[in-house]
Design a protein around this ligand. Sequence first.
Ligand SMILES: Nc1ncnc2c1ncn2[C@@H]1O[C@H](COP(=O)(O)OP(=O)(O)OP(=O)(O)O)[C@@H](O)[C@H]1O
Length: 238
Amino acid sequence: MTVQPRAEAFQKNAVVVSNLRRAYGERSVIDHLNLVIGQGEFVVLLGESGCGKTTLLRALAGLDPVQGGTIEVPGRPAVVFQEHRLLPWETLWRNVTLGLRAGDARARAAAALGEVGLGDRLDDWPRNLSGGQAQRVALARALVQEPKLLLLDEPFAALDALTRLRMHGLVKDLVARHQPGVLLVTHDVDEAIRLGDRILVMRDGVIAAEHRLTPDQDVAAARAELLSELGVSVGNEK
Ligand SMILES: Nc1ncnc2c1ncn2[C@@H]1O[C@H](COP(=O)(O)OP(=O)(O)OP(=O)(O)O)[C@@H](O)[C@H]1O
């Protein structure tokens, strides 16, 4: 067992990954990777397609076995995927509290759905939601568990540009309020710059580069640097 949920909460860290290894058969995808995410820290993971971002996220979520190393997390991580994964035969409030053992489940669902602007839709059905609304319910379902670690695997990728921008604001607010450590996987460099306290670039099975963004960051320069690390030449683009 390499994923080790700890009963006592970490004081500072949402996850500590040491020397993680993950292979599919003979093919190594994660090769002695180290990573620490602090409580309340928003970390974004970029990397070329196929470099192993989702593999890492799934390992952190405890969804897949790993071949070596350790993952220490203070409790069960919550995950939001690109697809909302709501159960069509359950109402929204029941979807939000699935697996939650609490006597006041409906009240908790009401609070969580309220936080994502859907407090008046408790008894509605997933089929009646837009893509953005469904992702908001998926976020409520993740946050109702009060996770110390929130894993986001391209949760905005299927949304239109305007909805995506609104979701960025919402997620940022929710993370500031609930203070989980966050690992967001995305292909979108602008999204990474907008949301990340720290941006990681994954390559050859490890974290190959790391950027801490400051409030007075030169955004164009950061963007060009990140794109270049991802193998994209931007020439003189501002
Ligand atoms: N179940 C699997 N069986 C075998 N190989 C797999 C499996 N899942 C992923 N891989 C391989 O592992 C590598 C990493 O895949 P992964 O999905 O983690 O990449 P990614 O960085 O998330 O890619 P993308 O950005 O395109 O989503 C790829 O080469 C992929 O083909």
